[in-house]
Ligand binder design. Structure first.
Ligand code: 8X3
Length: 255
């Protein structure tokens, strides 16, 4: 592979949802995008569509992450740590701790491993304009019943972001977080409820217009294309119908 001459971006979890939409949005902005995810066929199709590079990568696996860094090479402009997810929605005392481990692994450890591996390349970004955007969640800002494992993990995403920003304050790299609320994607709720389509659909029931992946991708693209001295520390984004986690307008007749 010849080294891309345009600005470059890595998007993890690029096989679907917010990750895939972000890869498309950044490519439309002129970035050469490394589309990283476990599902090779999906990232291959996406990379072919947007003229990027597909990388099969499991962010929880150190060797896989090292291979990603090897593919990216010595310079990188943007890292979007998007890989993550929720597994299960049981009350804390009934929950499966294995699911908690998986959530911590992908939402926190994965993000840390990818960031560590790619930081040298980000520090070598053109004009000192390297930037990291971690995809957190409004679940990293509040607690809700049945959300224990996911809210704990996403609070972890938020705290790691803040810690990195403190530790890297005098380095030429920015550290940011986007915290989306209700976003209707093909997989988030289906994965959380282990393929139970009815429970997944109930999450969005009666909500006229939940956010879609493209809304979040649009916001991420804005965050990472600010001038190099501008750091959007954190951006909370929700649909208009969701004033808070506990105050959602579900009066739409359509659903
Ligand atoms: C998704 C937001 O409300 O499902 O990260 O936890 S929520």
């Amino acid at each position: 592979m010849t080294a891309p001459t345009s600005r470059t971006a890595v998007v993890t979890g690029a096989s679907s949802g917010i990750g895939a939409a972000t890869a498309r949005a950044l490519a439309a902005e002129g970035f050469h995008v490394f589309c990283a995810a476990r599902r090779t066929d999906r990232v291959a199709a996406l990379a072919a569509e947007i003229g990027g590079t597909a990388v099969t990568c499991d962010v929880t696996d150190a060797a896989s992450v090292a291979a990603l860094a090897e593919t990216v090479g010595p310079r990188l402009d943007v890292l979007v740590n998007n890989a993550g997810g929720a597994f299960g929605a049981e009350p804390v005392v009934e929950s499966d701790v294995e699911e908690w481990r998986r959530m911590y692994d992908v939402n926190v450890i994965g993000l840390v491993q990818v960031t560590r591996a790619l930081l040298p390349a980000l520090l070598a970004a053109e004009d000192g304009a390297g930037i990291i955007c971690n995809v957190g969640s409004t679940a990293g800002r509040i607690a809700y019943e049945g959300g224990g494992g996911y809210t704990a993990a996403k609070h972890g995403t938020q705290v790691v972001t803040e810690t990195l920003r403190l530790e890297l304050f005098d380095q030429p790299v920015r550290v940011t977080e986007i915290a989306p609320g209700m976003v209707r994607t093909d997989e988030f709720a289906m994965v959380r409820f282990d393929g139970d389509a009815e429970r997944a659909a109930a999450v969005y029931a009666g909500v006229a217009e939940p956010l879609v992946a493209e809304d979040v991708a649009d916001a991420i693209t804005w965050m990472v294309t600010r001038p190099r001295h501008v750091n959007i520390d954190e951006l909370v984004i929700r649909p208009r119908a969701q004033a808070s986690q506990f105050k959602v307008d579900r009066s739409s007749a359509g659903d």
